[in-house]
Design a protein around this ligand. Structure first.
Ligand code: OFO
Length: 170
């Protein structure tokens, strides 16, 4: 049985992950509108990945006999800047999520909740990957600069991102 304090923090994280999905979907819509179909597709796949994150927390709450409480999700921004600025915003968001995951790990440690601590290790590793991916895109876009041909190629490459595969239940 999970403590009320941990349960409430995990429910809050479900909402944060759903907001992440909402944010990336909004970035996708903006990029699609601007004709950047590859980045739009990449953001679409990222949205699916965030839904998997939300589901993983949700399933864990149910598994521990907790009550999953879905709360209001705030509206994401609808206008973004250049592709470089979009990925910079994505990185900033991922750094925020990493901090939240670390806070959850700290709480699990404080409460001696070993099961939740173990579950969270998947997210600790996942956040390393999430930040690295956004950083890699920023590096590429810095190299591209305002070269339209290179941007066209970059956008085309992002079209190849496959759909994420949900992790096997632990
Ligand atoms: Fe992007 O990692 Fe979840 O929120």
């Amino acid at each position: 049985m999970i403590s009320d304090k941990m349960l409430s923090a995990l429910n809050e994280q479900v909402r944060e992950e759903l907001y992440s999905a909402y944010l990336y979907q909004s970035m996708s819509a903006f990029c699609d509108f601007k004709g950047l179909k590859g980045i739009a597709h990449w953001m679409d796949m990222q949205t699916k990945e965030e839904m998997i994150h939300a589901r993983k927390f949700y399933d864990y709450i149910l598994e521990t006999s907790g009550m999953a409480k879905l709360d209001t999700i705030k509206a994401p921004p609808h206008k973004f800047g250049t592709p470089l600025e979009i990925f910079q915003e994505a990185l900033k968001h991922e750094e925020y999520i990493t901090k939240r995951i670390y806070d959850l790990v700290d709480l699990a440690t404080e409460l001696k909740d070993h099961a939740t601590f173990n579950m969270l290790q998947w997210f600790v590793n996942e956040q390393v990957e999430e930040e690295a991916t956004a950083s890699e895109m920023i590096d590429k876009l810095n190299l591209i600069g305002d070269h339209p041909g290179a941007m066209f190629q970059f956008d085309k490459e992002l079209m190849t991102r496959p759909a994420p595969v949900p992790p096997v239940a632990q």
